[in-house]
Design a binder for this molecule. Structure first.
Ligand code: TXA
Ligand code: MG
Length: 303
């Protein structure tokens, strides 16, 4: 097991985990996912004090956030020390570190004496897995083992926040909203204005999370021309204005519930035998709506 890759449950999405300090094991992650090696991996540790083991400097702001959000869906980008192999960070001087809260992942980290590199456990470019059977569907035959820890209750990847410059900067929207982060820090942070495609987070390529049939994303006006009988419509609480089969993420307008359903619903509507296209109505730009809109933009063919 020391040099193997394993599908593991986390509270955000399922991960494909391997010993972050062993390049042979880390290589297997890239191979199983068919992931380009210029895309660095998040390193998972068991507790906040472990962050020190792999970094050269940790600003106080990190501890302020960690007190509130770790373990949980927040990843800190920090200057790395030389214990972390270059393969994990694609040669960058910074390492992304997260303390996952899922009890089975926590137990696993307690039983081993190394950190775990883990990307989402999906073939590169496809929808992230929020259940063990999603991992099986995407990677069976390519990995020896999947740990089933039930559905991921956050349902979206972690928020990635960089501490490489004086002002903290969100690199990826995710399970912790920008508002919640600013509230804890009491300062303004940098947040991407729209979907950003920066070289610093190479994973944030366009055409990620893409279903096999075209997905159109936007407001009602943008989507109307695409309506029709063979259409699946995804929205927060229903969009009767758009003809098609309705997939409602939260009848109560609860963005947290919507986030937890998103990837599962994207998989459910990815049915070329039933639908010719998917319409996804833009979510409010607030709270977890930023992360939901980000994923839908990347999954779409029109934005
Ligand atoms: O919730 C999550 O973060 C999940 C679970 C499994 O922990 N993991 C996850 O990993 O989403 P992945 O590989 O699918 O996405 C990680 C993102 C990628 O966009 C990658 O480019 C970025 O994090 N990243 C990782 N290390 C980085 C680094 N050193 N510098 C810049 N970006 C980094
Ligand atoms: Mg991923």
């Amino acid at each position: 097991m020391m040099n193997e890759v394993v599908g593991v449950p986390t509270e955000t999405v399922y991960g494909l985990a391997a010993n972050a300090l062993n390049t042979e094991a880390v290589l297997k992650i890239y191979q199983a996912k068919n992931r380009p090696a210029f895309n660095p991996l998040i390193v998972h540790v068991g507790q906040v004090s472990d962050l020190e083991l792999y970094t050269t400097a940790i600003p106080d702001l990190v501890y302020q956030l960690a007190e509130k959000f770790s373990p949980g869906p927040l990843t800190y980008l920090l200057p790395k020390n030389n214990i972390i192999p270059d393969l994990v960070t694609s040669g960058l001087d910074a390492v992304a570190l997260r303390i996952p809260s899922h009890p089975m992942f926590q137990r696993l980290l307690k039983e081993i004496n190394f950190p775990l590199a883990a990307p989402s456990a999906n073939p590169f470019g496809y929808i992230s897995p929020t259940a063990a059977n999603h991992v099986y569907q995407g990677l069976s035959g390519k990995i020896p083992y999947i740990v089933d820890g039930g559905p991921s209750n956050i349902g979206l990847e972690s928020t990635i926040i960089s501490f490489l410059n004086d002002t903290p900067e969100i690199l990826r929207f995710g399970g912790i909203s920008p508002e919640a982060i600013e509230k804890v820090l009491g300062v303004k942070i940098k947040i991407p204005e729209k979907v950003a495609f920066k070289p610093l987070a190479p994973g944030m390529l366009k055409s990620h999370y893409a279903p096999s049939i075209p997905l159109y994303f936007g407001d009602l006006e943008t989507l109307k021309p695409w309506c029709g009988p063979e259409v699946a419509v995804i929205s927060l609480s229903g969009s009767p204005e758009l003809t098609g089969t309705q997939y409602i993420l939260s009848p109560e307008n609860d963005l947290q519930e919507a986030a937890s359903q998103l990837f599962q619903v994207l998989r459910a509507v990815d049915r070329p035998d039933i639908y010719s296209r998917i319409l996804a109505v833009k979510f409010p730009d607030a709270g977890l709506g930023f992360a939901i809109n980000d994923r839908l933009t990347r999954a779409s063919v029109n934005s």
